[in-house]
Design a protein around this ligand. Structure first.
Ligand SMILES: [Zn+2]
Length: 438
């Protein structure tokens, strides 16, 4: 029922946008009516610019590097003789080593527009952004260039009905955004496995496009607002160290959203059994069997993450624990992860928060695949969910004032994004913030 209602709401958004566009389109037509005959006369080959060339000036041949292809083979196939090929390769070698052509990468030949279709230019694309031009139409020269990159800022809002991924998915938003919110921004403050119906969020993020058209994914999240159990959680992206390029998310009071410990060692698992000193188990005749860990159920093979930076003190297999890893984080804290199918770290190894230290399994004493997460404070096992865990590196006093100034307009922007469709009209649809060509 609820999801149906959401869909309907979604449709209303669409209709609204369509109406707005409709109005713009109508206006244009009124101003300048275009007759069909007129269109036929005006028509003229449009400039198609790519790689800095007007493609209309050439016969364009596109292909990908195939097995057995080399620069020489490709040019020879296109009627260029070996002495010239050798000459081109020699001249181009300071910019691009033609032996570096990789199987499956696209290339383009710009050929003369006569019956001979002689190649004039070879353009190779080692990746989506870069391209190498070997131009031999007059003198031979080669250079590497980049396609223009465009960042488009977008906003999105959502109200949780089931899960964050489903809510974003319904709006056609990439799961990357879910991961950024769950793992990068709110991993320490909000438990995304326990979101509540009615929790809601607003996000300002940027999409990255190459050449205006190729969508390469979400670039970053500039700011977010998450209302969990009626409590607001602001997050603003801020670079605290321009030299090292350290970026963190802070709240409206300049508090770091990161904590020394992650809330969960697995990404989207489910807590199947909590820390409970008074647990009794039927299998053991209801004898007292305290559970000093928190069990997260997840399929075998699910990556298990270190919840904080530290040094591996044990990576072994022992009795009921099965295969496990234990990490010492500092003089006070240790964590332990049991029943792995296999470990991914060795004793003595330093691990960073979020590193995969092993995979969920069923080794040792366990009825199903899960990781038993144990949290040690001063050598005693405690319930991590009842601990007040330390904050990660706070912002320096000197930066704090600067930060608060920086977030003012962004917070304002966030606060002016509304959840209800009636307020949609007031929402700026999207704005281009940056256009880079380097
Ligand atoms: Zn357990």
């Amino acid at each position: 029922m609820d999801r149906q209602r959401k869909r309907n709401l979604g449709n209303k958004y669409l209709v609204l946008i369509a109406i707005v566009f409709g109005i713009i389109a109508c206006k244009k037509e009124e101003e300048k009516p275009i007759l069909e005959e007129e269109l036929a006369i005006v028509e003229e080959p449009e400039e198609i610019l790519e790689f800095g060339f007007n493609l209309n000036d050439y016969v364009v041949k596109r292909d990908t590097i195939r097995k057995g292809d080399s620069f020489g083979v490709i040019l020879e196939r296109n009627k260029i003789g070996y002495p010239k090929i050798f000459h081109i390769a020699e001249k181009a070698k300071d910019t691009f080593d033609i032996r570096k052509l990789q199987l499956g990468k696209p290339y383009t030949l710009l050929c003369s527009k006569d019956s001979l279709e002689t190649p004039r230019c070879f353009i190779y694309q080692p990746n989506l952004e870069e391209y190498v031009v070997i131009n031999f139409q007059d003198s031979i020269h080669a250079y590497t260039s980049r396609k223009p990159i465009k960042y488009v800022e977008k906003t999105i809002t959502g109200i949780i009905t089931s899960s964050i991924s489903e809510t974003l998915d319904e709006q056609g938003v990439s799961p990357v955004l879910t991961n950024k919110l769950a793992d990068e921004i709110y991993a320490w403050t909000i438990d995304f496995r326990r979101l509540q119906k009615g929790d809601r969020f607003k996000v300002i993020y940027t999409d990255k496009f190459i050449d205006d058209t190729i969508y390469t994914g979400i670039h970053n999240v500039k700011a977010a607002y998450f209302e969990h159990k009626d409590e607001p959680f602001y997050a603003f992206r801020y670079q605290t160290d321009t030299v090292k390029g350290i970026i963190d998310y802070f709240n409206e009071e300049a508090k770091n959203l990161r904590r020394a410990f992650l809330k969960s060692p697995i990404q989207f698992g489910r807590i199947s059994s909590r820390y409970n000193l008074k647990r009794r188990i039927a299998y053991y005749g209801y004898a007292l069997r305290p559970h000093k860990g928190t069990d997260f159920a997840a399929p075998v093979g699910t990556p298990i993450r270190a919840t904080a930076n530290g040094t591996v003190t044990e990576s072994t297999r022992k009795g009921g624990n099965g295969k496990y890893v234990k990490i010492r984080h500092n003089a006070t804290y240790e964590t332990q992860y049991l029943h792995m199918s296999r470990q991914n770290v060795k004793k003595g190894q330093f691990v960073k928060q979020g590193d995969v230290i092993g995979y969920v399994g069923m080794t040792g004493n366990t009825g199903g695949p899960h990781v038993c997460y144990r949290f040690w404070v001063n050598g005693k096992q405690v319930d991590p969910f009842r601990q007040k865990l330390p904050e990660a590196k706070p912002i320096s006093d000197s930066l704090k004032t600067k930060y608060l100034e920086y977030i003012k307009p962004i917070k304002n922007q966030l606060d002016n994004i509304y959840f209800s469709p009636e307020d949609l009209k007031q929402q700026p649809e999207q704005t281009i913030i940056r256009q880079a060509n380097s």
